[in-house]
Design a protein around this ligand. Structure first.
Ligand code: XMP
Ligand code: MG
Length: 181
């Protein structure tokens, strides 16, 4: 039931129901792995805001949450790998069990930059939760401990991810055909 929301014609289509089920599974897995600990989640703005909102409510543990904003240069649809920090963390991560929450790992350059940046602040541990991964486009190897969906190389949007800033409010994930990008 999509209502007024329009899906694209690309090959990747993930329903709201499928996302909800997977997010519950990831939350349960994180809760098992961090039993007795107090994880500190770092949401990477803007794209991960919807995923983070659902994921934290699927983790029945005491946890803390912070936000960091990163901008990667490039055209409206593709990152170039050059990264700029737009908004820094508010809370210290020294000694914390950090879980980075990302929307999508594409080339991996953004995440590699972010992991270096966070590791310099000496957290006790650091893991990555990513909703989506496009392994075909990877340029640097990056760890993803909690992955929602592995997808083929199409431009995806919805559920927090944008298409030229619009469509973050789609409750599902959809994609463009390559010629539409
Ligand atoms: P890299 O290449 O550094 O890219 O792993 C990560 C960031 O690039 C953006 N990105 C996308 N955003 N649909 C989007 O809405 C996509 O298909 C897509 N591919 C890459 C995104 O900001 C991600 O954090
Ligand atoms: Mg993004």
């Amino acid at each position: 039931m999509k209502g007024m929301f329009a899906a694209g014609n690309g090959p990747v289509q993930i329903s709201a129901e499928a996302i909800a089920k997977r997010v519950q599974e990831l939350g349960a897995q994180i809760a098992r792995d961090y039993q007795g600990k107090t994880p500190h989640l770092v949401c990477v703005l803007n794209g991960a805001f919807v995923f983070t909102a659902d994921l934290v409510r699927a983790i029945p543990l005491p946890l803390t949450l912070d936000f960091i904003a990163i901008s990667s240069y490039g055209n409206a649809y593709r990152s170039s790998g050059e990264v700029e920090l737009i908004k820094d963390l508010r809370l210290p991560i020294h000694g914390r069990d950090v879980i980075v929450v990302e929307d999508i790992v594409d080339t991996g350059l953004t995440l590699a930059y972010l992991l270096d940046y966070l590791e310099a602040r000496k957290p006790a541990s650091i893991r990555v939760a990513a909703l989506l991964s496009k392994p075909a486009r990877r340029q640097v190897e990056v760890p993803i401990h909690y992955l929602g969906f592995e997808i083929e190389d199409a431009y995806v949007y919805g559920y927090g991810l944008d298409r030229a800033q619009f469509d973050r409010n789609l409750p599902f994930i959809t994609s463009l055909r390559p010629e539409e990008e």
